[in-house]
Design a protein around this ligand. Structure first.
Ligand SMILES: *Cc1c(COP(=O)(O)O)cnc(C)c1O
Length: 428
């Protein structure tokens, strides 16, 4: 579900024609629909309501301050993976009791920062980290609340670069050794092992891995309790898939159907860390066509959104739907299914101006003929879009706009040439 709709061959975000936004704020431009964001947060809150979950928005997917503020205002906590993300979560109104601190490489400084703000849980991913956290906590006269992150060793379920629960990845404690690690800290004065965490990978389009991971988790929780650890939290992570191609994602309820019985049996407080599910379908990236050209029998659309704005196609070979914001009158409606043949289209590559042959947003894609100055919308770009953007090629990071109903406002201004040099000019 999202609030991007074509009405009379013109793309709208909620009640605002996106052309107006491109004209007012320039391109490349990230456009977010507030109704879509809040719909997805509430879909999760509703689907899991019977367990009264602590929902921690994964701030790494989209760290914009104004989006974080909306999340906090609507009852969400935060899943943070760095000191910087903790800073952002707190700045947005997040409080420690609804913040979980993840990441394989927390520094002592970051641990102190988390402990100082009384985060709900540290998701701990290695034996060294566990002992380092215990020492830091002791030095502060505190006891660190810990959820051990297990790698449940499940079959591959998504792209190799984003699958975090197969054997051999850097994430989590091996399921074979986690109990030994836990045994080693029974009675540790700086640590309280109160939870089990898993984050299986992303995006996941089936609820089966949550069932399989959860069942393995149940056995571990029983063993951890036998060791004397008072396990109170089961954190099932994030990873819920979204619609990138057509309507391929599951509703939150499908994940709740398998997770809720497990949490009940575990007699635990449920924690969730959804990111993509909340913000992914709530954002599009608008780019303006600069040139078209033909090279070596290939057709190129060169527009002003590039890999530095949206790196997912380059990094993961990800698929994003792309379509003109103002399709010509004789064109078919934007396709629900790109695998099907689409009349009046031909195979084109959508690329940006960056000096890399890996700079593309779509390859060999059936798209209509476009002209210089046309606007293209790249859909489902709200998660891991702006968050992974860079200044590569000294390109200015895009502006971001939030739409609600018929209103819109800038939530991050476009960078300037001065912004590019500022951190260097601070060094005389
Ligand atoms: C990235 C991440 C998430 C969020 O994943 P989504 O697929 O965006 O829901 C949740 N938990 C952890 C530990 C993560 O690293």
């Amino acid at each position: 579900m999202d609030h991007f709709r074509y009405v009379n061959r013109e793309l709208f975000c909620e009640e605002v024609p996106v052309r107006e936004l491109a004209e007012k704020y320039g391109t490349p431009l990230y456009v977010y629909s507030q109704a879509t964001l809040l719909h997805h947060l509430s879909e999760i809150q509703t689907a899991f309501a019977s367990a009264k979950p602590v929902v921690c928005f994964s701030i790494k997917t989209n760290f914009n301050h104004h989006i974080s503020k909306l999340m906090a205002q609507h009852g969400s906590g935060f899943d943070v993976t760095s000191g910087g993300e903790l800073y952002r979560a707190l700045a947005a109104g997040g409080t420690g009791d609804k913040i979980v601190f993840a990441g394989v490489g927390k520094t002592d400084e970051e641990m102190k920062y988390g402990l100082g703000n009384n985060v709900l849980l540290f998701n701990v991913e290695s034996e060294q980290e566990l002992h380092a956290l215990g020492a830091v906590a002791q030095s502060m006269g505190k006891v660190a609340p810990v959820a051990l992150r297990v790698n449940p060793d499940l079959p591959p379920k998504t792209h190799v670069k984003t699958d975090t629960s197969v054997k051999g990845v850097k994430f989590g404690l091996d399921i074979e050794t986690i109990l030994d690690v836990a045994q080693g800290v029974v009675g540790h004065p700086g640590l309280s092992i109160v939870g089990l965490h898993m984050h299986l990978g992303s995006p996941i389009l089936s609820n089966e891995p949550y069932k399989a991971g959860g069942e393995k988790g149940l056995k571990l929780i029983a063993e951890l309790r036998k060791q004397g650890h008072p396990i109170k939290f089961l954190n099932m992570g994030g990873g819920f898939g979204i619609h990138y191609r057509k309507q391929e994602a599951l509703p939150a309820k499908a994940f709740a159907d398998v997770i809720l019985p497990i949490v009940k049996e575990a007699n635990c407080q449920l924690v969730l860390e959804p990111g993509r599910f909340i913000v992914g379908n709530a954002g599009i990236l608008l780019g303006r066509v600069i040139f078209t050209k033909e090279s070596g029998g290939k057709h190129y659309i060169i527009q002003d959104a590039a890999m530095n704005d949206l790196i997912r196609p380059t990094l993961y070979d990800s698929f994003h739907r792309i379509w003109p914001t103002h399709p010509a009158a004789d064109l078919p409606a934007p396709p629900e299914d790109y695998e099907a043949e689409i009349p009046q289209t031909f195979k084109q590559n959508v690329v940006g101006p960056v000096c890399e042959s890996g700079d593309f947003l779509a390859k060999d894609r059936n798209l209509p003929k476009v002209q210089r100055g046309d606007l293209l919308a790249v859909f489902s770009a709200g998660a891991y879009g702006m968050a992974m953007s860079s200044n590569y090629n000294s390109r200015l990071r895009a502006a971001e706009v939030l739409v609600t109903g018929g209103k819109h406002r800038l939530i991050r201004r476009r960078e300037t040439y001065q912004d590019l040099l500022a951190p260097e000019l601070d060094c005389k």
